[in-house]
Design a protein around this ligand. Structure first.
Ligand SMILES: NC(=O)c1ccc[n+]([C@@H]2O[C@H](COP(=O)([O-])OP(=O)(O)OC[C@H]3O[C@@H](n4cnc5c(N)ncnc54)[C@H](OP(=O)(O)O)[C@@H]3O)[C@@H](O)[C@H]2O)c1
Length: 240
């Protein structure tokens, strides 16, 4: 039976761990050929091996998305290896010092570099291939910090700015039938900031696989329909 993402190529950043790994596994299970980006090669290789063992197709592209030269080269290598890109999941992100007083200019530059500039530049470097196919899709992972802020100036600023970037992607993409969605997840059970995994009750922290299935539903929905943005939360901490 034809799978919903058969013949589609998906690029997922931060695909070696947490939500990105779950999204890569889910999109591969839906039939996509997946290109996995993160800095660490060993983690990427493990996720790719899991996907291959399940009968999927995965290719790894170690890359620091904050390094423009690496991003440009990686985008070229992905297109050379896979021929096209239909779906881009901008997921990679790093935490930042929590307070204003703790945040140095170095912290600011590094968080903005990964969580904002890296998202822009990878999307820009893949733009021509994303709009060349029929019905491209860019999903960008922000966080509830991108809607209501929080203490961290660098993290909150980067996540807020992704809203503007997402809307610019959507505006530029619509004439090419390319859709863009920004997601604002609350707490996910990924070990973020060193939190232990599998300890909190499910109502208090989201399973990244559940969020991955939500992304799968977005990218397989009819092209005439788009979810521009969505806040996702565990039921015990609703966004009120
Ligand atoms: N977990 C939560 O509670 C939560 C809540 C709201 C929003 N979010 C957002 O959700 C996204 C995923 O979070 P997560 O919890 O799944 O994170 P995670 O488990 O820490 O995984 C982060 C992934 O990003 C990669 N990465 C980090 N820096 C990178 C860089 N410079 N270039 C390329 N890849 C890089 C990491 O691999 P390497 O280290 O090998 O590069 C890893 O694969 C992030 O954008 C985060 O801000 C998370």
């Amino acid at each position: 039976m034809e799978q919903p993402l058969q013949q589609r190529v998906a690029v997922i950043t931060g695909a070696s761990h947490g939500l990105g790994a779950a999204v890569a596994q889910h999109l591969a299970a839906l039939g996509a050929r997946v290109a996995l980006i993160a800095r660490g090669e060993a983690g990427l290789a493990q996720v790719a091996a899991d996907i291959t063992a399940q009968g999927g197709e995965a290719h790894i592209f170690p890359c620091d998305i904050a390094d423009a030269a690496q991003v440009q080269a990686t985008a070229g290598r992905i297109v050379a290896a896979l021929g096209r890109v239909d779906l881009l999941i901008n997921n990679a992100g790093i935490p930042a010092p929590r307070t204003f007083a703790e945040t140095s200019l170095e912290d600011w530059d590094s968080v903005i570099g990964v969580n904002l500039s890296g998202v822009f530049y990878l999307t820009r470097c893949l733009w021509e291939t994303l709009i060349a196919g029929d019905a491209g899709y860019v999903v960008t992972i922000s966080g509830t910090a991108g809607v209501r802020g929080g203490g961290s100036p660098a993290y909150g600023s980067a996540k807020y700015a992704l809203t503007g970037l997402n809307h610019a992607i959507a505006a530029a993409g619509k004439e090419h039938r390319l859709r863009a969605t920004i997601l604002y997840p609350g707490g996910m059970d990924t070990g973020w900031r060193g939190a232990p995994i599998g300890v909190k009750p499910r109502a208090e922290t989201m399973d990244p696989q559940e969020v991955a299935r939500f992304i799968g539903r977005l990218v397989t929905s009819p092209v005439e329909f788009v979810v521009n943005e969505a806040v996702l939360n565990p039921i015990a901490t609703p966004f009120l």
